[in-house]
Design a binder for this molecule. Structure first.
Ligand code: 5GP
Length: 199
């Protein structure tokens, strides 16, 4: 039990800078396993199949649902996103920490099935800043951006269900908060009480 890896569930509004933070986190801690999700969304420029996502067709995605391959899946902005269960189980059992970057509906399903997971939500310093960052990214149409902002307003209602909130003002600050949370989680008494049992 004590040797099991920590399941880290990370969510955040679209455009808040999740990818940048995750890239920094993984660069500093390559031993964390980042779960590559499946999606029916088209790749954005620069995204690599098998690295950012496993990009699949709707038919392929549906087959995986039918075979029960997903720990969770959800529809977001007209596309499907899902987390494959087998690899995550295996990594956690090996004692490896696993990072999932998923939206709020999927996160709720994971937390229901695996309540021992630690959940983090990344917020921008303000909602205006989120809009500014989405426009600055320059990868999505105005219509898509407006949809993403509308989704963010709905998602904001779910943030109360998360264990921690990370503010992404600067990337360095957000990464520091991420690691501080991981350290605190590692120090939880249920992970360490065995050290004093039977003394
Ligand atoms: P994007 O299209 O911007 O890469 O991602 C859209 C949303 O889908 C983000 O909020 C992201 O966290 C979420 N997402 C990515 N992978 C998964 C997944 O496997 N399951 C669920 N439920 N959401 C995911």
């Amino acid at each position: 039990m004590n040797k099991k890896g920590t399941l880290i569930v990370l969510s955040g509004f679209s455009g808040v800078g999740k990818n940048t933070i995750i890239t920094q986190v993984l660069a500093q801690r390559p031993e964390i396993y980042y779960s590559v999700s499946f999606t029916t969304r088209a790749p954005r420029e620069g995204e690599v199949d098998g690295v950012n996502y496993n990009f699949v067709t709707r038919e392929d995605f549906q087959r995986r649902i039918d075979r029960g391959e997903f720990l969770e899946y959800a529809e977001y902005n007209g596309n499907f996103y899902g987390t494959s269960l087998a690899v995550i189980r295996q990594k956690l059992d090996q004692g490896t920490d696993v990072l999932l970057e998923i939206e709020v509906q999927g996160a709720a399903k994971v937390l229901e099935k695996m309540p021992e997971a630690v959940s983090l939500f990344i917020v921008p310093p303000s909602f205006e800043e989120l809009s500014r960052r989405l426009h600055a990214r320059g990868t999505d149409s105005e219509e898509t951006i407006q949809k993403r902002l509308a989704i963010a307003r709905v998602e904001a209602r779910e943030v109360k269900n998360y264990d921690y909130i990370i503010v992404n003002d600067t990337v360095e600050g957000a990464v520091e908060e991420f690691f501080a949370i991981l350290t605190a989680e590692r120090c939880r008494k249920d992970r360490r009480i065995h050290l004093v049992e039977g003394v």
